[in-house]
Structures are given as structure tokens and as C-alpha cells.
Design a protein around this ligand. Structure first.
Ligand code: ADP
Ligand code: MG
Length: 257
């Protein structure tokens, strides 16, 4: 493994749903340590691409290589164990659970109960210790995202923005190398959006890599060093944000709907 090899390499990815080809031969790579934006009109295949990368869907064709390892078709917990995680919406899960309880579930959900136990094989008596360590890390994450005062709150009572912070905090508990964020600013008020973005940059400084789907062009322009544009299941263009913004084909794809 070399430092300058891309952290993620996607080649000729195809995903069909019956007669619909949601992803139609998409290829791109993500450089280590970057915040890379994945944009494109509605229905371009962005979310399906995320799901193929993280093992939620198995692609019909193509390959996904993460840190030099072919992870194509692996289960989500295996992908997470490899160091690649996506955020999952809290809304779909138990809103009657507290913020801290949501955090404590994260590694078990993402890695799978048995795998979570086998990450660091431990003696029975150490199980309690491991829970304690997890709890400590959960608190650290909540503090980092400045939502530790909400630890005892029901997750269902959080604002949209607070929920997004919790989703990120939870994803980070599995200690990944790279995070995939699907519309992390959706439903987030401007002041929390600023906070969320500054947290993302802070994490980038710590060495994390980000791939994010985002509709707000200002966010893309100001925060992503590299932008990939999808249209009709393929990659239409990629490059620096400023180039992309001026690209005629990209403008047309958006206007064309
Ligand atoms: P984006 O995230 O860029 O808006 P999606 O990946 O969600 O695009 O969708 C790409 C295309 O695939 C759309 O036409 C969508 O309707 C279709 N699609 C996505 N998921 C499914 C599914 N589970 N079953 C059938 N069609 C789907
Ligand atoms: Mg989508």
C-alpha cells in the first residue's frame, strides 16, 4: 500500500433494478485525506452508488477497491470493519432510544454483534470493561460534536441538525478511515450547518477521508477539493470545484433535469 494510491477506487460499476439501470458503468476514485463531493441531478445514481460501495447493494458489474482491498459485494459490516462507513439515518431506527443508547448500539449494528466481539478477542470478564471503554468513546464523540448535553434525550426529540451530528458521531465510533455522507446538510439550519462543516474539516485534519453527496453548490464549491458529477448512472465530469461549475455539460445536465 502506497500513500498516494487512491483510498477508494470504483470501476465500471453497474446496478440494475429490474428494467432500470440506476448505475451504468460509473468509474471514479477518491484521494486519501480529501473531502470529495459527489453531485448530480436527482436520479443520477448517487445514493445507489453509495449503497453499492458500502455493501447495502451488490453491484451487477464492476468493482470497488478500498485501500487496495477488493471489497465488491461484501456485507456492510465487513466493509465497515475494513474502515469504510456511511451514516445511517436515525429516523429509521428507534426514536424512543436516548442519544447515548443510540451511540452504544453503533458498533454492534455496523460491525455485527459477533464480529464486534471478535474485533478484539477478549475474556468474559473483560466484556464489562469493553462496554465501559465503548461508553467512554461514545462520550468523547458526543463532546466532540457538542451534543453531550443531549446524551439522555430521546433521539426522536432532536432537531434535524442535531440528528445529523449524532449520525456522524455514531459512524465514527467504529473507528473508520473514510466516511460516506449522503446529504449531511439536509434539514440542517445554517448555524448548525456551519458547525457540521467545521467538524468535517477538523476530522479531515485528523486524517479522515470524506465522500459526500450534497445539493448545495455553495457547500460543494467552498468545502470540496475534488468534485465528481454523475448523470444517468455514469460519471459525466470530475475535477476541481471551480472547473466543474463552469463545465457546459454539467450545466446542461442540471438544466435538463
Ligand atoms: P440519486 O441519489 O442520484 O438521486 P438514486 O441512486 O437514488 O439517485 O436513483 C437512481 C435511479 O435508480 C432512479 O431512477 C431511481 O428511481 C432508481 N432506483 C433507486 N433505488 C431503486 C430501487 N431500490 N428500486 C428501483 N429503482 C431504484
Ligand atoms: Mg440520493
Amino acid at each position: 500500500r502506497t500513500v498516494d494510491e487512491p483510498i477508494l477506487q470504483v470501476d465500471d460499476l453497474v446496478k440494475r433494478f429490474g428494467g432500470i439501470t440506476a448505475v451504468d458503468g460509473a468509474s471514479f476514485q477518491v484521494e486519501r485525506g480529501t473531502i470529495t463531493g459527489l453531485i448530480g441531478p436527482n436520479g443520477a445514481g448517487k445514493s445507489t452508488t453509495f449503497n453499492c460501495i458500502t455493501g447495502v447493494y451488490t453491484p451487477n458489474e464492476g468493482s470497488v477497491v478500498f485501500e487496495g482491498t477488493d471489497i465488491t459485494g461484501r456485507d456492510p459490516y465487513q466493509v465497515a470493519n475494513q474502515g469504510l462507513v456511511r451514516t445511517f439515518q436515525i429516523a429509521r431506527e428507534l426514536p424512543e432510544m436516548t442519544v447515548l443508547e443510540n451511540m452504544m448500539l453503533a458498533p454492534k449494528n455496523q460491525l455485527g454483534e459477533s464480529l464486534w466481539r471478535s474485533v478484539a478477542p477478549i475474556a468474559r470478564r473483560d466484556v464489562v470493561e469493553q462496554e465501559e471503554e465503548l461508553r467512554e468513546r461514545a462520550w468523547e464523540m458526543l463532546e466532540f460534536f457538542e451534543i453531550d448535553h443531549l446524551a439522555g434525550e430521546y433521539a426522536g426529540n432532536l432537531s434535524g441538525g442535531q440528528r445529523k451530528l449524532l449520525e456522524m458521531a455514531r459512524a465514527l465510533l467504529t473507528d473508520p478511515e473514510m466516511l460516506l455522507l449522503d446529504e449531511p446538510m439536509a434539514g440542517v439550519n445554517p448555524s448548525l450547518e456551519k458547525k457540521l462543516l467545521s467538524h468535517i474539516h477538523e476530522l479531515q485534519d485528523q486524517g479522515y477521508t470524506f465522500l459526500l453527496v450534497e445539493h448545495d453548490m455553495d457547500v460543494i464549491m467552498n468545502h470540496c477539493e475534488h468534485v465528481i458529477v454523475m448523470h444517468q448512472g455514469t460519471v459525466l465530469a470530475e475535477g476541481e470545484a471551480a472547473e466543474i461549475k463552469a463545465n457546459e455539460e454539467v450545466i446542461e445536465a442540471y438544466l435538463g433535469g
